[in-house]
Write a protein that binds this ligand. Structure first.
Ligand code: HEM
Length: 219
C-alpha cells in the first residue's frame, strides 16, 4: 500500500496515517525505505486496532454494571473519564511487561542482579489492595479521590512516558474509548445469551464469547 500510494495507484486522504507515512521525507529529502515505512504504518495501525479490546471491555462493563449507564447517558464528561479509566484498571488486557536488569540494584530488600530477567505485573499493580480500596469492585468514582501516580496505575506500562518505555498511546487509547462509549450509550441493543466470563488463559483475556450485540437501533 505504501508503494501504491507513492506510485499513485492508490489514493489515500492527505491527512491519513497511510499518506503521511508514505510521503514523509527525511532531513535529506529522501522517502523512508519501503520496509521501514510499512513497519511505521503497522506501528500506528496495530495498537489502534488493539483499543477494540478495551472497547469490548467497556461494553462488557456497561452490561455487567448497569449503574454506570445513567451518568454515561447523561453525558457527564468527568464520569466518562472515570469510567474509561476504571475499565483500563479493572480488566485484564496487558498482564505484564518483561525486561532485563541493566545495573544491579536493591529495592525493598530484594537484590536485582545485572542481566536477570524480570517482569512487572501490570494487572496485579492495578489491583494492589495497598493502593486500590476494594480492588475487585468496579467503581469508576474511585478516580475522583484516588491519587494516581506513574507507578500505581499502569495498564499500559509504568513510569514516565517522556523518559521510559511507558506506552505513549495512552491518550489515544483513552480518546478512542471515550468516543466509542459515547457511541454505544446512544444505541439501543440486545445482549443475547452468551458466555461473558473473562477467559484469563487467553491473551488478550477477552470475554469467552466476545461481546455480541443484536437488534441494534439508534436510541
Ligand atoms: C489497547 C491499548 C494499548 C495497550 C494495552 C498498550 C500497551 C502497551 C504496553 C504494555 C507497552 C509497553 C510498555 C513497557 O515496555 O513498559 C506499550 C508500548 C508502546 N505503545 Fe502501547 N498500548 C496501547 C495502545 C497504543 C496506541 C493507541 C499507540 C499509538 C498509536 C501505542 C503505541 C505504543 C508505542 C510506540 C510503544 C513503545 C514505547 C517504547 O518502547 O518507548 N500504544 N503499549
Amino acid at each position: 500500500m505504501i508503494d501504491d500510494v507513492r506510485t499513485g495507484r492508490l489514493k489515500a486522504p492527505e491527512e491519513s496515517a497511510l499518506s503521511v507515512i508514505a510521503c514523509h521525507r527525511e532531513g535529506n529529502d529522501s522517502l523512508l525505505p519501503l520496509r521501514v515505512a510499512a513497519v511505521e504504518l503497522l506501528n500506528v495501525l496495530r495498537p489502534t486496532i488493539a483499543v477494540s479490546v478495551f472497547v469490548a471491555f467497556a461494553a462488557h462493563a456497561m452490561h455487567e454494571f448497569p449503574f454506570c449507564l445513567g451518568p454515561l447517558q447523561a453525558g457527564y464528561a468527568r464520569y466518562l473519564e472515570w469510567f474509561v479509566q476504571e475499565v483500563r484498571r479493572y480488566y485484564p488486557f496487558f498482564p505484564a511487561v518483561a525486561a532485563r536488569v541493566r545495573e544491579t540494584f536493591e529495592w525493598q530488600g530484594l537484590r536485582f542482579e545485572r542481566g536477570r530477567r524480570v517482569i512487572l505485573d501490570l494487572f496485579g499493580t492495578d489491583h494492589d489492595p495497598a493502593v486500590w480500596s476494594d480492588p475487585e469492585a468496579f467503581r469508576p468514582e474511585r478516580f475522583g479521590d484516588q491519587k494516581v501516580t506513574p507507578f500505581n496505575f499502569i495498564p499500559q506500562g509504568g513510569g514516565d512516558v517522556r523518559a521510559h518505555h511507558r506506552c505513549p498511546g495512552e491518550g489515544v487509547a483513552v480518546a478512542v474509548m471515550k468516543v466509542s462509549v459515547n457511541f454505544l450509550v446512544r444505541l439501543r441493543y440486545q445482549v443475547p445469551s452468551q458466555d461473558l466470563r473473562i477467559d484469563f488463559q487467553r491473551l488478550p483475556a477477552i470475554p469467552r464469547s466476545g461481546f455480541v450485540i443484536a437488534d441494534v437501533t439508534p436510541s
